[in-house]
Design a protein around this ligand. Structure first.
Ligand SMILES: *Cc1c(COP(=O)(O)O)cnc(C)c1O
Length: 223
């Protein structure tokens, strides 16, 4: 399937999901996840009009950046090792997986500008998942205030790989509630307006629950 065909289908689904809950599809940012695909396929994605790409490994992000250059915005969506922050920090538009102070510290030391960060929350509390535990979230947000290059623009989560749509919905709803709590604190370093949630199998549910950034790989570019 061409990327354009896939994108048209996804956009149709986005519109339907938005309509259900009275949202504007203009508020949904699609991040095309290119981690599975070649440069040519990534280029096809750019040609289809997607300007935001997501990668979950530092090496691959740097490679795609070198090949595709400044035609795209790069979002780091995977587990980040703090020693690799310096390699990507001046390439990326945002980091969706901030969950440790060691990363914040590296961002602060190595970035030459303020970086939009999503704090990753392990809402489902699966042991295999990265992200900060819910009960530690508020303290973590407070601690981030001291790193002036870190701006918490939102929260991110990954739903468990299950088929129970209702359970997935509950996870997304919890993240939205956590986002609201932080947003309502009016913290200068953490405006927390956004929700990065929803992937190929659950983006419609995520949108119904308030997602502003959906990260789509397989259904968009294949795998
Ligand atoms: C791979 C990945 C995605 C995209 O997954 P698909 O199910 O292929 O859409 C989104 N977010 C993260 C963090 C990923 O690692």
């Amino acid at each position: 399937m061409s990327v354009l065909t896939n994108l048209n289908n996804i956009q149709k689904n986005i519109q339907d999901a938005c309509k259900k809950v009275n949202r504007s599809s203009e508020d949904i940012n699609i991040i095309g996840v290119t981690k599975y695909v070649t440069i040519d396929r990534a280029r096809e994605l750019l040609d289809a009009g997607i300007t935001d790409l997501g990668e979950n490994r530092a090496e691959e992000l740097i490679y795609k950046y070198k090949e595709l250059d400044d035609q795209a915005n790069y979002h780091f969506i995977g587990t980040l090792q703090s020693r690799k922050v310096k390699d990507i920090i001046n390439i990326v538009t945002s980091i969706h997986s901030l969950d440790r102070l060691s990363i914040a510290k590296q961002i602060n030391n190595r970035s030459n500008k303020i970086i939009d960060c999503f704090v990753q929350v392990n809402v489902s509390e699966e042991e295999t998942k990265h992200g900060i535990e819910i009960k530690k979230l508020n303290t973590f947000i407070d601690q981030l205030a001291e790193y002036e290059k870190v701006r918490v623009v939102g929260l991110m989560t990954m739903a468990p790989d299950i088929t129970d749509k209702n359970e997935i919905r509950i996870i997304f709803r919890q993240l939205a509630e956590l986002r609201d709590e932080i947003k309502n604190r009016n913290l200068k370093h953490a405006p927390c307006n956004y929700l990065s949630m929803g992937m190929s199998n659950d983006y419609e549910i995520a949108i119904e629950e308030g997602a502003t950034h959906i990260r789509i790989g397989s259904k968009l570019v294949g795998n």
